[in-house]
Design a binder for this molecule. Structure first.
Ligand SMILES: Nc1ncnc2c1ncn2[C@@H]1O[C@H](COP(=O)(O)OP(=O)(O)OP(=O)(O)O)[C@@H](O)[C@H]1O
Ligand SMILES: [Mg+2]
Length: 327
């Protein structure tokens, strides 16, 4: 089988005294070998908590209530903290949103890479420095021989993000998880970073999970997309299915909120209402109070998934009734 990561019924809650707040509510997810999977949802939908749960990196006030996580067919959710750290260093690498806070300002850019290469790949310092220069070249940092000895503040935001990507690649991971790696960057640099990730995914034969709140961003690089809301998967499908035949009202609303230029006019329709709070969770479909098609039962029951193809499914009562969601 070509599956690299398989997650079943993942549930993660935060605790405030006796109050339990469910941030991830029964997620099933799979990542195939060699694919770029996009995870999309508004701020607060649980994207980061979900990947941190997979990596065993949730904070102390959170708990994994349930879930089975398999990497290459082997369970990783029941490993010790130490064993999980080994997996994070070797098999799964992660890049975060803010490249400045992830780099130590007192350490040269190259030293960040050298430390990883010595620790994970057992290299000697001299060899590690040469490899660090090579990695910097691979991620498109100009004059890497010079840059390797410069400090993070001497790099632009886009170049710092490239250093982080090089650090992730240094481990030769099977899976790279990129959590909003481009949001802090301007649009042109964002596009360059996306192109880079796509190129590196092919060259290094790894899988990538790309997280963003912007459906427009994933259109150019992802083959498959998972749409999350309130800690649940609302819809998933191939990129084509999500963009050309979206089924869930939330997916449609997200698509409508992408700024797109129609002739001279720019269309942009923000989604009405706000993302749900963890403290007041609705009983039925979490999107019901913002959904223009909501029916009575949407407020009291959670819908099952309906499949539209072997790759596309969505969680909506209207979808169960067939056809009505096709505009
Ligand atoms: N350490 C924490 N303690 C309590 N609640 C938290 C904590 N971290 C996250 N949450 C809550 O969990 C929910 C999911 O947060 P998460 O960070 O996963 O969202 P996200 O989809 O990654 O959003 P964004 O696009 O803003 O990064 C939110 O309601 C958030 O307030
Ligand atoms: Mg996040």
């Amino acid at each position: 089988m070509n599956q690299l990561l398989k997650v079943k019924n993942l549930r993660t809650s935060f605790y405030d005294g006796d109050l339990k707040m469910e941030a991830v509510r029964g997620i099933d997810l799979s990542v195939q070998k060699g694919e770029i999977l996009g995870i999309v949802g508004e701020s607060g939908s649980g994207k980061s908590v979900m990947v941190k749960s997979i990596l065993g990196m949730i904070p102390n006030n959170a708990k994994l209530d349930s879930g089975e996580i398999k990497l290459d067919g082997k369970r990783i959710d029941n490993l010790s903290k130490k064993e999980q750290r080994v997996i994070r260093g070797r098999d799964i690498a992660m890049i975060f949103q803010d490249p400045m806070t992830a780099l130590n300002p007192l350490k040269k850019a190259g030293d960040h890479l050298i430390v990883v290469l010595m620790r994970v790949r057992g290299m000697k310092k001299k060899e590690a420095k040469l490899e660090a220069i090579e990695l910097m070249r691979q991620v498109g940092i100009p004059s890497p021989e010079k840059r390797v000895d410069q400090y993070p503040h001497e790099f632009s935001g886009g170049m710092r993000q490239r250093v982080l990507i090089a650090m992730a690649l240094a481990c030769k991971p099977k899976l790279l998880i990129a959590d909003e790696p481009t949001t802090a960057l301007d649009v042109t640099i964002q596009a360059q970073i996306l192109e880079l990730l796509k190129k590196l995914q092919k060259e290094n034969d790894m899988s990538v999970v790309f997280i963003t709140h912007d459906l427009g961003v994933v259109a150019t690089i992802c083959s498959r997309i998972v749409v999350m809301y309130a800690g649940m998967v609302m819809e998933e499908g191939l990129a084509n299915e999500i963009f050309y035949s979206p089924k869930h009202p939330y997916t449609k609303a997200l698509l409508n909120s992408i700024p797109s230029v129609d002739g001279e006019k720019t269309r942009l329709k923000p989604i009405k209402g706000s993302a749900p709070s963890l403290r007041k969770q609705a009983k039925g479909c979490p999107f019901a109070d913002r959904c223009e098609w909501a029916m009575d039962k949407c407020f009291s029951e959670v819908p099952e998934y309906t499949s539209f193809s072997s790759t596309q499914k969505c969680m909506c009562f209207l979808a169960e009734e067939g056809g009505k969601l096709d505009d």
